[in-house]
Each structure stands twice: as structure tokens, then as C-alpha cells.
Design a protein around this ligand. Structure first.
Ligand code: GDP
Ligand code: MN
Length: 386
């Protein structure tokens, strides 16, 4: 799960990380009052969306009057943001953060992620922070310093001090930065984050160290033990089809191709996508209906797949282990009657009650349903159909 920057700021503040004061607004006219509330000096307005690259896209703006604040806010709320992290259509902006602007002497980068190869969290720090960090990672990876730490013990003070020194900080600044590192490392563990990133962490000309942008992602499997984080969920930032799927306990991820996939089991769904690609096709989605799928769940899965106009054919690939083939056949027949299949639906069923299922499908006599002998045959048929 992702959260907005203003929510990440609240988490950082509660952890003691220094962050400039800020206000959240949803209508442009409120920008004037927010600007005054922040002292009426200089402020920065930032789109609150679940994507980065806002600075380069023009959705982070420095303003120094109420009028300018209202104008910038109006522009951001009425334009879609397109960055290298959104699709070409961009995303709508519904909320803005206005923060007291700070003078920046240097921008640093700080983050914690899970290092899957080493199987422990790693803190990364760089003196080359700011909007070009991806470029730094690609062209000058040595400029990113790392410290791996034990998931139960956490980042140790000596590691934080070492990292601060490695990115060139000295004296009081090194002390302040290493304190923030320890706080960020603790937040990552306490809140079951999958990413805790501050970019940039800045040094002001007076030598103060502050976090002025943050991005936090959370492990969904742990949301039951973090009610405060779960309450930050913003459905308007989610893909509507993925949301609907989630409500029905389906694991659905929208992709760019034109072959809809309905599969039980994540592993089988992955190999179904592989075999589609092997035969020259492109999957329109990943969809795992799970082992304990009900006919209602499977019908809903069809609704979600068929709601995508890009889908030109569907591949149903079910291995009935815990799930029963006759339940799926029942769902297929219901879906055909309730939704109607305007496009070919290739069906590969195997496993528990497959004979009953085949008989049910044959008797239903649905034109669009194309039985497949095995998975390779199914992939060939569906790729030929599109
Ligand atoms: P992102 O582009 O989505 O990562 O948004 P950021 O919040 O990181 O802002 C992008 C850039 O805008 C930063 O790297 C800074 O250079 C600049 N910026 C953001 N806030 C301030 C501020 O308060 N003062 C100044 N001078 N620059 C800022
Ligand atoms: Mn940033």
C-alpha cells in the first residue's frame, strides 16, 4: 500500500524526524489562508498523488504570495500530472500539500528497502539526492552508500554515524542526520514498510537537516496490525478494477496486453502469462481467483476482465486441486448468461471433477467457449483468436 506525502510527513513527525510545517488543501481558494497560516513568507505547493517525479512535471512549485499560491493550486488541481512514474494519460490531482519553503544548501537521499538477495533491510544514503537520484543510481552507483541491518535489532548507531560520514556530513550535521537515519530505520520496522524514503533530506545554509519529501510503501500482509496506516488508504489513487477485485478477494493486476487471464493460484497465473508470451501473445491482466473460489467470485472475475475494452479473448486456466472444476464450469455458464461473452473464451480445465465440468460445459452449448486439450493448446488457441 502506498500513502501520500502528507501522510508520510505525519508519520515522520510522530517518529521525531524534523519536517517543515505544512497544510493540506483540496480547493484552490484555500491556498491563500494556508499560505498565511504558514507565515506568509515563501511556500512550496506539491501535488499529493501516488507517483513521484512531481518536481520535473511542474507539480512542485515555489510561491511567495497568496495570489501566486492560489494560481498554482488552481493549475495543479485542474491538470493531470504526467511524469516518468505515471502512464502517458497521467493522474488527476485531488489534494495539495503546502509547506513552508526552506533554503537548500544541499540535497541528500535516504531510504530503507528490503534487500531480497541478502534477506535483510538495507539503508541507502547519498549526497547526490534530489530529483536525479534514478540517474545517480544508473550512472554512479558508488555514490549510494549502504548499510544492511538485522530486522530485529534495527540499524545500529555506529552504522548511522558511518553512513552520515560516508555522504560527507561532519559535526552537528552528521549527528542530526544519523539521528534521522535511526528514526527512519525504526519506522521502517515498526510500521512494516516495504519502502521508507526521504528524498530530499536537505541541509539548509544554516546547517539544519530536514526531510522535505518522503515516500512510504507498506506491506499489505501486515495491515491488520497497523490500523493507523490502514486508515491512510486512499481508494481514489487505486486502479478501479484492482479495487473491485480486492473487495472480492481476487488478486488482480491490470497489464497492457489483450488476452484476459482467469487462473487459480499465483504460480499457475504466472506460468499462464509465460505461456501466452511464449506463443506471441500479451496478457491483459494477472488474475488469481484463489483456491477457495466461489461461483460468485468467479463471475465477478469475469466482469472485471470483460470490463477492460482492450481484452479481445480470455484464457481460463484452472487446475482443480482445492478449487473444483465443476464450480468453475458453473461460474462460466452463469457468466455467459449474465454478462454474455462477445469474445472467445478458451477454457483449459484439469483436476478435481473435470469430467463433470466438461459435461456441464458441453451441455450448456455456449458458442464463445472454446475447450482446450491442454495448456499449450489453450495458449495457441487464445493467441490465434486475438
Ligand atoms: P518529487 O519531484 O516528486 O520528488 O518532489 P520533491 O518534493 O522532492 O520536490 C522536488 C524538488 O523541488 C526538490 O528536490 C527540491 O529541489 C525542490 N523543492 C521542494 N521543496 C522545496 C523547498 O521548500 N525549497 C526549495 N528551495 N526547493 C524545494
Ligand atoms: Mn522527492
Amino acid at each position: 500500500m502506498k500513502v501520500h506525502e502528507y501522510q508520510a510527513r505525519a508519520l515522520m513527525e510522530s517518529a521525531g524526524i524534523p519536517v517543515p510545517p505544512s497544510e493540506v488543501i483540496e480547493v484552490a481558494d484555500d491556498a491563500a489562508a494556508a499560505f498565511q497560516k504558514l507565515g506568509g513568507g515563501k511556500a512550496v505547493i506539491k501535488a499529493q498523488v501516488h507517483a513521484g517525479g512531481r518536481g520535473k512535471a511542474g507539480f512542485v512549485k515555489l510561491v511567495d504570495s497568496s495570489q501566486e499560491a492560489v494560481e498554482s493550486a488552481g493549475w495543479m488541481l485542474s491538470n493531470r500530472m504526467v511524469s516518468n512514474q505515471t502512464g502517458p494519460d497521467g493522474i488527476a490531482v485531488r489534494k495539495l500539500l503546502m509547506a513552508g519553503a526552506v533554503d537548500i544548501a544541499r540535497e541528500y537521499y535516504l531510504s530503507v528497502v528490503l534487500d531480497r538477495a541478502k534477506r535483510v533491510p538495507v539503508m541507502m544514503a547519498s549526497a547526490e539526492g534530489g530529483v536525479e537520484i534514478e540517474e545517480v543510481a544508473a550512472t554512479n552507483p558508488d555514490a549510494i552508500k549502504k548499510a544492511w541491518f538485522h530486522p530485529h535489532l534495527g540499524l545500529q548507531p555506529f552504522q548511522a554515524i558511518g553512513l552520515a560520514a560516508a555522504i560527507g556530513l561532519r559535526g552537528a550535521q552528521a549527528k542530526a542526520a544519523s539521528k534521522i537515519m535511526l528514526q527512519l530505520g525504526r519506522l521502517f520496522l515498526d510500521k512494516d514498510c516495504s519502502l521508507a524514503e526521504i528524498n530530499p533530506l536537505i541541509a539548509t545554509p544554516d546547517g539544519e537537516i530536514l526531510a522535505i519529501d518522503a515516500k512510504f510503501n507498506f506491506d499489505d500482509s501486515a495491515d491488520f496490525r497497523h490500523k493507523d496506516v490502514a486508515a491512510m488508504f486512499d481508494p481514489s489513487e487505486e486502479n478501479p478494477a484492482e479495487l473491485r477485485a480486492k473487495e472480492h478477494n481476487l488478486s488482480y493486476i491490470a497489464l497492457d496486453g489483450n488476452i484476459g487471464c482467469l487462473v487459480n493460484g499465483a504460480g499457475l497465473a504466472m506460468s499462464t502469462m509465460d505461456i501466452i508470451k511464449l506463443h506471441g501473445g500479451e496478457p491483459a491482466n494477472f488474475l488469481d481467483v484463489g483456491g477457495s473460489v466461489t461461483p460468485e467470485g468467479a463471475v465477478e472475475a469475469f466482469r472485471i476482465i470483460l470490463a477492460d475494452d482492450a481484452v479481445k479473448a480470455v484464457l481460463v486456466n484452472i487446475f482443480g486441486g482445492i478449487a473444483r472444476c465443476d464450480v468453475i464450469a458453473d461460474a462460466l455458464i452463469k457468466a455467459a448468461r449474465e454478462i454474455g461473452f462477445q469474445i472467445p473464451v478458451v477454457v483449459r480445465l484439469e483436476g478435481t471433477n473435470v469430467e463433470i465440468a466438461r459435461k456441464m460445459l458441453a451441455e450448456a452449448n455456449i458458442e464463445a467457449l472454446k475447450p482446450a486439450a491442454d495448456l499449450t493448446d489453450a495458449a495457441r488457441q487464445v493467441c490465434a483468436a486475438v
